[in-house]
Structure formats: structure tokens, C-alpha cells
Ligand binder design. Structure first.
Ligand code: KG4
Ligand code: ZN
Length: 349
């Protein structure tokens, strides 16, 4: 029997809705995936303004949901369940998505599924690449950086994390420092493509440390000092700074992931794959570095396409399908959560 789930995502600055279908235990298929980015509304502030984000979700979400259903050719009465990201994220936005999903579930008489946004990133490679449990996951977004052993739906063992900035946050801060627009990751990557990664000798914080943790704030400071030394910056300087920064991040990520892999093998066993997910996983240099590591260690490498790495509704719908198959639905009294660590016990309503 085919399942169809509507997924709603409003935890940050994308208003998104999608319909994903799947055979009971088969592959997923994206029937629609509507993403409305608020970037233009936040650009002048150099980052996401929570109040503006929440208002923008209220204004657009109905239309985005309607469009997702229409493009999928599915009526609300035909979906099997309605899933929404219940956190972690900016609480005003989370409330909008969650309340909308609950209202739709109530009127349509459908089961409701509260999805952890991080779990949605984490499970997406199971849809796009049919990755099997257990796998080693680098989850890298604007707010999170975690190396996790994923052993099942809702089963995460944290191997390492950042002690200061998330990787996406480091990219965003580096971009801001160099006068590039928000969100910085894609701009830094674009500049880096024509830059010289060897021009600036930036540090590789935590390299070689025995625990697979990250620290990125020192790298950001080193970048600032190099930029100040040669200011005013030319286009060439900006490209070289971006390339040097990105190369340092990739070296650190590959080293930390190698250590996490060793821990995984000691603590869990042999993973089926090395997987990268979350917005930063859109970065091609990072993907190449991790792919090389996977090749060296005899592992399969998997990552969703860049558009499915950054926030979207399909990943919420897919996580909804994974949970629904296991009979995991939620009460309409489920609370929105600004913080919701993946390795925490499953929340009660
Ligand atoms: O997962 P996501 O879309 O939203 C959060 O849940 O945070 O991730 C957004 C983050 C931002 O920090 C953005 O700069 C970063 O992912 N990002 C990238 C790239 N595309 C997005 N970082 C590096 N290279 C990219 N190509
Ligand atoms: Zn995200």
C-alpha cells in the first residue's frame, strides 16, 4: 500500500511544504517540494530576524501547503498523515508550522506527526540514497554540528560535536566578515572556486585530537586577522581568503570524521555508509573530502542533492513516513520546542 505524507517546515527562514509517497517499506518518491525562501527579507540584517521570519511564515504557509498538494495532485483527504517540524528552531516559526499542521490534521481527521528537524536531515539520505542502518552521520547546518551513530529511527548516539560555532555558522560569519551576503555558505563556496587555498596558512583547530569534536571560532579569528593585515580587500583577496578558509574547514571535518569512524567501529560495529546531511552538506569541497575519506576506509558515501540538504518540506514528510511506518504518531497537544537534541529521549506530548 502506498503511503502519502504532507510535510511542513518552518523552523528557520524557509517556508516549505511537500508531499512524499512511499510503498509500505519501499523507496520514497517526492511528489512535490515547495520552498519559499525568506532570504531577501532578512538580507539587510545580515542574518535571520526571528520576528520577521515568524510573520513571513504566517503570511505564506497556507499558500505553500496548497501549492504542494496541488502540484502533487493529491487532495488533503488523500494523505495518510500530516507531519511538521516541531523544533528545534526559532520558536515563532515552529509555532506557525506546528499549529497549521495540527489544524489540518484535525479538520481532515488525519494522524499528526511531530518531526525533529535534525532527524529529518538525518533520515533524508535513507530516501535519496537508500542508506541502511547503522550509518555514520555528519550533521552540519547553521545551528548544529554533530557526528552521530544512527542505529535506527529515533536512535542516535552522539560521537562528537562543536564546542563553539556550528560549521554553517562559521561559514556565515566568515562571509559577513568579508562583506559577502547572508547566508554565507554558498557565497564562500563560490568565491573559493576561483581562489588560492594555499595563500593563507590558516589553523586547523582540533586536528589530531582523540575525541571527534570541533572548535571553529579560532579559525574565524585567524581569518579576520589575515583579512585585517591586507585590508582593503580586492576581489582576488576575498577569493583567496574564502578558498583558504574552506580548505581549513574541510581538513578539520575530514580529520574529525575519521576519528568518529574509529569510535563508531569500536562502539557500534561496521557502518553501512558515511553520510553527510544538513545545509552545509551542499558544499561540494566538503563532499569531495568526505567521499575521499569514505573511499580510503572502504565505506559507501552518501549525501542528498544540495537542494535536499538545505531546509525543505520533503525531508519532514520523509521523516514522517519513517515514523508513521513504525506507528509513531503524536498527540495534538505536542508542544513546539526551541531546543530538541537528537540524542534526547523521545518527548511525551
Ligand atoms: O540546514 P540549513 O538549511 O538550515 C539550518 O537548519 O540551519 O543550513 C543552513 C546553513 C547556513 O549556515 C548556510 O550558510 C549553510 O548551511 N550552507 C552552506 C552551503 N549551503 C548552505 N555552507 C557551506 N557551503 C554551502 N554550499
Ligand atoms: Zn536545517
Amino acid at each position: 500500500m502506498a503511503l502519502k505524507v504532507l510535510g511542513i517546515e518552518t523552523t528557520c527562514d524557509e517556508t516549505a511544504a511537500a508531499v512524499v509517497s512511499s510503498m509500505t517499506d519501499g523507496e520514497g518518491q517526492i511528489l512535490s517540494n515547495e520552498v519559499l525562501s525568506q532570504i531577501a527579507q532578512h538580507a539587510a540584517y545580515g542574518g535571520v530576524v526571528p520576528e520577521i521570519a515568524a510573520r513571513a511564515h504566517v503570511i505564506s504557509l497556507d499558500r505553500i501547503v496548497e501549492r504542494a498538494l496541488k502540484k502533487a495532485g493529491v487532495a488533503l483527504s488523500e494523505v495518510d498523515a500530516i507531519a511538521a517540524a516541531a523544533g528545534p528552531g526559532l520558536i515563532g516559526g515552529v509555532i506557525v508550522g506546528l499549529t497549521t499542521a495540527k489544524a489540518l490534521a484535525l479538520v481532515a481527521g488525519k494522524p499528526f506527526i511531530a518531526v525533529n528537524h535534525l532527524e529529518a536531515h538525518a533520515l533524508m539520505p535513507r530516501m535519496t540514497d537508500e542508506v541502511k542502518f547503522p550509518f555514520l552521520l555528519l550533521l552540519a547546518s547553521g545551528g548544529h554540528t554533530q557526528l552521530l551513530a544512527v542505529t535506527g529511527v529515533g536512535q542516535y548516539q552522539k560521537l562528537g560535536t562543536t564546542i563553539d560555532d556550528a560549521i554553517g555558522e562559521a561559514f556565515d560569519k566568515a562571509a559577513k566578515m568579508l562583506g559577502l551576503p547572508y547566508p554565507g555558505g554558498p557565497h564562500v563556496e563560490k568565491e573559493a572556486e576561483r581562489g588560492d587555498p594555499a595563500r593563507f596558512a590558516l589553523p586547523r583547530p582540533m586536528l589530531g585530537r582523540p575525541a571527534p569534536d570541533f572548535s571553529l571560532s579560532g579559525l574565524k579569528t585567524a581569518l579576520r586577522l589575515e583579512a585585517e593585515k591586507i585590508a582593503p580587500l580586492t576581489q582576488r583577496d576575498i577569493a583567496d581568503l574564502c578558498a583558504s578558509f574552506q580548505a581549513a574547514v574541510v581538513d578539520v571535518v575530514v580529520d574529525r570524521t575519521r576519528v568518529a569512524l574509529r569510535r563508531f567501529r569500536d562502539q557500534v560495529g561496521q557502518p553501512t555508509a558515511l553520510v553527510v546531511a544538513g545545509g552545509v552538506a551542499a558544499n561540494q569541497a566538503l563532499r569531495r573530502g568526505l567521499q575521499r575519506l569514505a573511499g580510503e576506509t572502504g565505506l559507501r558515501f552518501a549525501a542528498p542533492s544540495p537542494a535536499l540538504c538545505t531546509d525543505n518540506g520533503a525531508m519532514i514528510a520523509w521523516a514522517g513516513i519513517e515514523r508513521f511506518r513504525l506507528g509513531l504518531t503524536d498527540d495534538l497537544a505536542t508542544a513546539p520546542k526551541a531546543r530538541w537534541p537528537l540524542e534526547a529521549p523521545e518527548p511525551k506530548a
